[in-house]
Design a protein around this ligand. Structure first.
Ligand code: DQA
Length: 145
């Protein structure tokens, strides 16, 4: 089983960015934790991060043929990027959306996700652990198919 883990804009700054909201771990440290769980779950993971919408869309397209699912934190694109939503729909793979913060407890513009309706599920508010919860849910879903 092969899962792509995609992170959107500004998540390359984790560890230094708004630590009170997003915690102290860097993206590389979080990716390490995801790799450890992936090994336990006997799946492979590939990581991708970009600050550019088009690159994220191409990374999603590249999941066609070969990938079994997508774990994505679209960051601020969550709230308005219809092209990312359409790309996720187009590849016809199970998708889990992750947010480190509880987007529903923050500013009003974060309360809406245009991505969530095309996802299997959404995890929000558990910090970096959300990536592990999301991976577990995604793998269980794929295994159960
Ligand atoms: C985020 C929440 C978004 O609203 C925000 O723009 C981010 C990170 C999260 O992980 O909590 O960049 O996706």
């Amino acid at each position: 089983m092969l899962i792509k883990v995609i992170n959107g804009p500004n998540l390359n700054l984790l560890g230094t960015r708004e630590k009170d909201i997003y915690g102290r771990l860097t993206l590389a440290e979080i990716e390490n934790k995801i790799s450890v769980l992936a090994k336990e779950l006997q799946c492979s993971v590939k990581f991708f991060q970009s600050n550019h919408e088009g690159e994220l869309i191409e990374a999603i397209h590249d999941c066609r043929g070969g990938y079994d699912g997508i774990l994505i934190n679209p960051a601020a694109f969550t709230h308005y990027a219809y092209a990312i939503r359409d790309a996720l729909t187009a590849v016809e793979l199970p998708v889990v959306e992750v947010h480190m913060s509880n987007i529903y407890a923050r500013e009003a513009f974060r309360h809406r996700s245009v991505i969530a309706p095309v996802c299997l599920g959404q995890i929000a508010g558990f910090g970096w652990v959300g990536y592990l919860l999301g991976l577990k849910g995604l793998v269980e879903h794929i295994d159960g198919k």
